[in-house]
Ligand binder design. Sequence first.
Ligand code: EPU
Length: 419
Amino acid sequence: MQKLIVNGGKRLRGELKLQGCKNSSLPIMAGTILCGEECVLDNCPELTDIYSASRILNGLGCKCRFSDNRAVVNSADMNMTEIPEKLMREMRSSIIFMGAILGRTGECTVSMPGGCELGSRPIDMHISAMRKMGIDVKESYGKIICRAVSGKAHGAKISLPFPSVGATENIILCAVTADGETIINNSAREPEICDLCGFLRACGADIHGDGESRIVIKGKNKLHGCEYRIMPDRIAGATYLAMVASTGGEIILTDACVAEIEPFISVLEQTGCSISTYDDRIYLRSGSRLKAVRDRIRTMPHPGFPTDAQAVLMSALVNADGTSIFEENIFDCRYRHTSALIKMGADIQVLGKIAIVKGVPELHGANIEATDLRGGASMAVSALTAEGTSEISGISHIDRGYEKIENAVRLLGGDMQRV
Ligand code: EPU
């Protein structure tokens, strides 16, 4: 089992190109199934979740290969419609393949997806939407068996009870080649949804309204292959900004999706950091000690403050001057990182969905274990701020979302080794 050894207390300083986005690459890779031709995806991050998606595609009979952040997927010879349980359990996004396989073949067999333990993560909205689109869904011995009643999915009017990112993606993937028109009300507005729609449009799909809460899709008989560049990863961007801010450093983040990171930047600015943006660059300079954030930090669907950036911001605030208050509204178990931060000397009280973070003068290094992706990243942020050495285990969680995190940190002058 690999670990990260971090010697904290160094100011991070330098220029970093932001990696490609995990959470749009995954549904886009699923979307390649609908084309039946070759798709070339540039700026695709090389992450363990992306390799899981590639194993799913290859298992279905598609051909997927990687080199230098470019994924080439040819789905012409796809000949399977079932994803084995072992592959389903590797990540949450395995469920997104359901909509794409149904869109291509009218049938598929999956099971409950895996992914970070962030509390219960049901798929009821996904299933109910598929049923509305004419799919018969049965559960049998842990398998979810789906079949289009008339051989092909049809369009439907779907109102989501909550703007679920995954359910919105699944509906879009199933709808782009379905018969007729699909309308999604209360759809998720996350930038990753727009990236997925941008890719599908490049393949010939007819989609309007992505980025808003009503998406309209007119089903097309056939899509075609394309070459597409994946957007930058706003959550990795927030993580590196939090890291640099908490060490009192300075960074130019290039190839950054400035507008998409804005909800995070507007909160980070309250800590006293000076942040400016120019084209696709973000420049951040941090003072010696951050100030606590005075407004309650409420995680919300986009364009609210992203739940995926809650843990990394908390790490930047544990040794700020004053008290910051978090309210986690998306997942019911997303404070698992706090026990590691407390072990490092943080003063955090968790009361249900609220976390009260009283800034302490300094953190000390400790042996800690990552328990989920963003929680693990927050431990990396705190380890870089702490005095002394930290050993972070469980880093397979971090590798699911950050491309060689230790190389990025070393490029900025931090001391982080993988052993
Ligand atoms: N939910 C249901 N029923 C459903 C679907 C969702 O109750 O059928 C609930 C969830 O349990 C959760 C809330 O709705 O409480 C939001 O879930 P959503 O479906 O929006 O999230 P997701 O699609 O499972 C994606 C990202 C997450 C990110 C969330 C919210 C991917 C692969 N994952 O998850 O990213 O936190 O949206 O923005 O895109 C991460 O990258 O670390 C990560 C967890």
